[in-house]
Design a protein around this ligand. Sequence first.
Ligand code: G
Ligand code: G
Ligand code: MN
Ligand code: NA
Length: 252
Amino acid sequence: VSLEMHLRKAIEKQELILLFQPQIELSTVKVKSFEALIRWNCSDLGMISPSDFIPLAEETGLIIPIGNWVIETACKQIRNWNDKGYEDIRIAINISPKQFQQTNLVNKIKTMLEKFHIEPSSLEIEITEGAMGDKQETIPILKSLKEIGVTISVDDFGTGYSSLSYLKQFPIDVLKIDQSFVKDVLNNEKDAAITTTIIHLGRSLGLEVIAEGVEKAEQAEFLLNAQCQKAQGYYFARPLVVEEIEKRFLLK
Ligand code: G
Ligand code: G
Ligand code: MN
Ligand code: NA
């Protein structure tokens, strides 16, 4: 049986789960936002990484039901945390190119926000520069999402094209500095210069800036000194199951 056949059944067999990776506010060391990262625990094939099944899901169109499951599961989790007293929590979900270009994405999201009665800004949509594609098509979708009130972020920032032009035209709230720049920020002058410049650029535009892939204390210190608001990475925490997040990061 092919991987595709297994993937088709994954949702109904409840084999998909969302892990959550905390985003640390560097100046306060507080955590109020998380990136949701999907995992597939296949009954027959074991744990399969999203790098292996998301491309397949994109090719086969399965990304639409899987993406809908992610939207619904994230909204349900926000409601659950709101109910437990964590009111100003935010969850970021990854939206892949096919999903972003489907015609009724905006309505899907709106329906889920209403179903779970959650504050729209508590849901964040991460889109890569690649997924944004043609400007003429992207601007209306992003504007509709913005009108609803969801938070919009650019994932892997700095690795695509025409970044400056879309920063001007698209209603973006958050820049996520790609981990390829953060990785050698301490010993590569070019990476340090690019990282610092993205932080300044984001701040000048009134955007929140999040550095990804922080694995060392010294990187976090560099980012704090450069006035980056948030950081995400193995140094603080790996993507974790809900119970771990609650135990380690949602203490009252
Ligand atoms: O968590 P990990 O580093 O293994 O993720 C690998 C890749 O899969 C990353 O590019 C990440 O953005 C992507 N990914 C993780 N979860 C989701 C998801 O729910 N939807 C989509 N479209 N991509 C995801
Ligand atoms: O493409 P995107 O930025 O959504 O993917 C994030 C990916 O990076 C996920 O697969 C996540 O598990 C991974 N990740 C998160 N923190 C770190 C880190 O500190 N180091 C590395 N190498 N990967 C990380
Ligand atoms: Mn991401
Ligand atoms: Na990224």
